[in-house]
Design a protein around this ligand. Sequence first.
Ligand code: NAD
Length: 257
Amino acid sequence: MSLSGKTAVITGSTSGIGLGIARALAGAGADVVLNSFTDGDDDHALAQEIAAECNVTARYIQADMSKGDECRALIERAGRCDILVNNAGIQHVAPVDEFPVGKWDAIIAINLSSAFHTTAAALPLMRKAGWGRIINIASAHGLRASPFKSAYVAAKHGVLGLTKTVGLETAKEPVTVNAICPGYVHTPLVDAQIPDTMKQYGMGRDEVIEKVILERQPSKEFVTVDELGGLALFLCSDAAAQMTASAISVDGGWTAM
Ligand code: NAD
């Protein structure tokens, strides 16, 4: 399939799942806009690397997804947005009565509210182009809860609510809105929560991976970023034109249990 002529904006795409999806879309010929909240040489170099590898235009635009005005400015600066991947996300692990208020606010802002702002800014551009795809990266935690992840679970359930609502609002248009619900993918986000999880469960690192993380996934394997990139490509294809307002699980069987 070719995405030549399309521009994809992927929020939070300097590592992990967002970067994997950016590479997959660029590999199919889409021009890509990478994003994060930092503004280092590495960020811009990453975009140049993808441009050279895939022979597409790739840009890095700094914008903090915890701030509504910066979310909207990202889309405005991109200038075109045929494919929007709302991927930026953070996590924090703590019991609800000890959950830092600042962490709660940041998780809701970055994981949920950013998708509201970018969607609102991108839809008029998609309507103008006569085609659009919105892909929200939710989580198995959008369908199931886990102890000590109140803000993340609440935000990801909210992402599914937003996906269904915007999918219905655009159902008669050539725009689709879907959510991907990955199980565990071994990215910096998962690595960062291991020390707190070790504390909460009183376990060592390997035990946390085996008995808390992979225990939930019947496949007993991490999902890979390439698998999620492949699904994003499918959602951009004509074969998925009638697929909207859906939540698609890629979780080794977790949420079927
Ligand atoms: P990651 O930490 O590797 O990547 C997160 C990206 O978001 C990074 O590029 C980071 O710089 C960026 N980011 C963080 N705060 C930001 C901000 N304020 N503004 C802009 N960008 C910001 O994490 P990941 O595991 O690749 O997660 C990506 C998405 O996938 C998240 O929404 C996460 O909730 C979701 N997810 C991850 C897993 C998993 O197991 N890794 C499972 C399900 C869902």
